[in-house]
Design a protein around this ligand. Structure first.
Ligand code: ZN
Length: 258
């Protein structure tokens, strides 16, 4: 009970701080409070260290090169995170940590793998969008900076580095070994890009004559038309599936070791 109370207080403090520096919206801060309380409360300081590494590096990197990232609004990847975005990135990890007492410590690996995938994708997006040479992961054609499914040397390097940092922290706090977590993060990150180039809704704004991923278009408020993908698969859905992939790969890699 004391651990849950401490977890709740710490999560409330961090969520409200993130709200004040505009990393989270009101709904995002509430979701982060719930996610944080479950993770700290059930997983203790070890789980908190992994979660905070994801959260703090992501918040700091989003401030990098703000000028060059202005067009990211077209792709719904700019500004404070709302509840949907928080759950898309942290939902799978929260369920993994909550179930570990019934399903065993393999789920600690799944927890780390899910957060490694979320971190890999965040680092790839926040650093990769500073590069102007993004190409489609499927067709290798040049794509607009920030467009889902686009990869670049800079972004892919950041993706691997982000997964490696989470893997290193996971080892440091004795939650999971390095390689399975790294594999979960890197594969989850690539899965994110592949879904972004295929299933994710790509839209067209007739007013601005350009592609985007939001409806209505964030820039002008006009209704946008579907160009590719599935209507209901947006960036949040893709992030959720990528973290699920990261958790699965980490569990598979862990079971191969035994
Ligand atoms: Zn528009």
């Amino acid at each position: 009970v004391i651990q849950i109370a401490v977890a709740g207080l710490a999560s409330a403090a961090i969520s409200s701080l993130a709200y004040r520096v505009r990393s989270l919206t009101t709904s995002g801060a509430f979701a982060a409070f719930v996610v944080g309380t479950v993770m700290f409360g059930v997983g203790g300081l070890s789980a908190a260290a992994v979660l905070l590494t994801f959260f703090i590096t992501g918040s700091l990197l989003s401030r990098l090169g703000a000028e060059r990232k202005r067009n990211l609004a077209d792709w719904g990847k700019q500004g404070a995170r709302d509840a949907r975005q928080v759950l898309a990135n942290g939902g799978v990890a929260t369920v993994c940590i909550a179930l570990h007492s019934v399903a065993g410590t393999t789920l600690f690996g799944a927890f780390c793998g899910a957060l490694a995938a979320a971190t890999a994708d965040t680092w790839a997006t926040e650093i990769g969008t500073l590069s102007s040479r993004a190409r489609s992961i499927l067709t290798w054609r040049p794509v607009t900076r920030g467009e889902s499914g686009g990869i670049s040397l800079l972004g892919t390097s950041a993706q691997i580095a982000g997964a490696a940092v989470i893997a290193a922290v996971s080892v440091g706090v004795h939650l999971a070994p390095f390689w399975p977590v790294l594999a979960g993060g890197v594969v989850g990150g690539f899965f994110d890009s592949i879904l972004g180039a295929t299933a994710q809704a790509l839209r067209w704004c007739p007013q601005c004559n350009r592609r985007c991923e939001t409806n209505p278009h964030t820039a002008c408020g006009s209704q946008t038309m579907m160009l590719r993908g599935l209507r209901w698969i947006d960036n949040d859905a893709v992030n959720f599936l990528a973290t699920l992939c990261g958790a699965t790969i980490a569990v598979l890699a862990l079971s191969c070791r035994h």
